[in-house]
Design a protein around this ligand. Structure first.
Ligand SMILES: NC(=O)c1ccc[n+]([C@@H]2O[C@H](COP(=O)([O-])OP(=O)(O)OC[C@H]3O[C@@H](n4cnc5c(N)ncnc54)[C@H](O)[C@@H]3O)[C@@H](O)[C@H]2O)c1
Length: 352
């Protein structure tokens, strides 16, 4: 079993192993004396893996309840969150009990936020079942729900007790969703590791799955260790996200998060080349790898539409926006721009 130790306001382990789902109960029991475990899962993931996790938890002596969320970003809302915390209250859950997020980033973000806030905080374990959630969202403690005005507008930093990644679950993940995870994997290479980036071009993520998950989690662990609360270095992880969130929002969430991140990275790198911050070869390499993974690199939204969506995003500090700008493959920096400059950056990135 591969294990990455995360050191943050709470220390925890990320364990990666095929078949780990069946050992979830014993792994969680080592850390929690909870009487009740509530598995929170989506309506697609629960029928696939719910009973296995439930059986494992029962074998470890937990009383197990489950709560099923409707799938999709559209349901990452305060309304869905309210339904979940009311369920916890109705079943008299206490702070010493544990919530288990079984699913992708949407399930993890919402369950984490419920765990952070229900009775001011209860135990929380992540069992990510998408590549994106394994390499990114399940680690680092960002939890949130969306508002009509923007993504992740209500949330908390709240670290899990444990993260269990079972790569076998990715066998049922639709290819389009797997490729979304690849966008986040490519992001890690682009923001901080050229050798890793090049390895992804040589060997497909699918053919080095456990090693890729371990590498990305380790990179994220190191960044979170330096800047858990996202005031400096952690902003680098937002590469592709400022433009990407705007693309996602303009599409009414029909463009998936990972696809939007791919578009956002490509646009930002195009703009960085135009503005003279980045070498042209880096853009060529990025477009090449994104197309090799069949990820989109452009969108039809106008610079005005995207700027409007961005201005409601929480990555604004006052009237300044922090853009993560590539300098070359494996090196990015945070560049602050005034709100009125955004349109130019978006046009330089290829927006119409
Ligand atoms: N907290 C963070 O640090 C962080 C980081 C990156 C992204 N995010 C958030 O993560 C979310 C995106 O996560 P995602 O890409 O995992 O999307 P998702 O949670 O919507 O899952 C994608 C789809 O795959 C299905 N699915 C999940 N696992 C499956 C499996 N094993 N087999 C079959 N189907 C499966 C889900 O039901 C869903 O329909 C966004 O809301 C984004 O904002 C959070």
């Amino acid at each position: 079993m591969k294990t990455v130790s995360v050191h943050a306001s709470r220390d925890y382990a990320v364990r990666i192993e095929t078949g780990l789902l069946d050992h979830a109960g014993e792994e969680i029991r080592k850390l929690s004396r909870a009487e009740t475990a509530v598995i929170v899962s989506g309506d697609i993931v629960w029928p696939l893996y719910g009973e296995r996790v439930k059986a494992s938890l029962e074998n470890a002596g937990f009383r197990v309840l489950h709560y099923i969320l409707p799938h999709g970003e559209r349901h990452k809302t305060l309304e869905t969150y309210t339904g979940l915390v009311n369920f916890l209250c109705d079943h008299r859950l206490t702070r010493s009990d544990v919530l288990i997020a079984l699913g992708g980033g949407v399930t993890g973000d919402m369950t984490g936020f419920a765990a952070a806030t229900y009775q001011r905080g209860c135990g929380f374990v992540q069992i990510p079942t998408t590549l994106l959630a394994m390499v990114d969202s399940s680690v680092g403690g960002k939890t949130a729900v969306d508002l009509p005005g923007g993504k992740n507008q209500v949330g908390a930093f709240y670290q899990p007790l444990l993260v269990l990644c079972d790569p076998e679950t990715l066998q049922t993940l639709p290819d389009e969703e797997f490729r979304c995870g690849c966008a986040e994997v490519i992001k890690y290479g682009m923001l901080g590791d050229a050798a890793f980036f090049n390895s992804l071009r040589r060997t497909h993520v699918r053919d080095q799955l456990e090693a890729v998950i371990e590498h990305c989690v380790t990179m994220k662990r190191d960044i979170v260790h330096e800047d858990e609360f996202d005031t400096g270095l952690r902003r680098l992880l937002n590469l592709g996200h400022s433009f990407g969130h705007a693309v996602e929002k303009c599409s009414g969430f029909s463009i998936l998060h990972g696809q939007a991140v791919a578009i956002g990275m490509a646009m930002m790198t195009r703009a960085a080349v135009e503005e003279g911050y980045c070498d042209a070869e880096a853009l060529e390499k990025l477009l090449d790898i994104l197309s090799a993974y069949r990820l989109p690199t452009a969108c039809d939204y106008s610079a005005e539409e995207l700027a409007k969506a961005m201005l409601s995003d929480k990555k604004m500090t006052g009237s300044t926006m922090h853009l993560v700008v590539p300098e070359t493959v494996g090196k990015c920096r945070v560049h602050s721009v005034a709100a009125f400059e955004l349109i130019d950056w978006l046009r330089a990135g290829g927006a119409v």
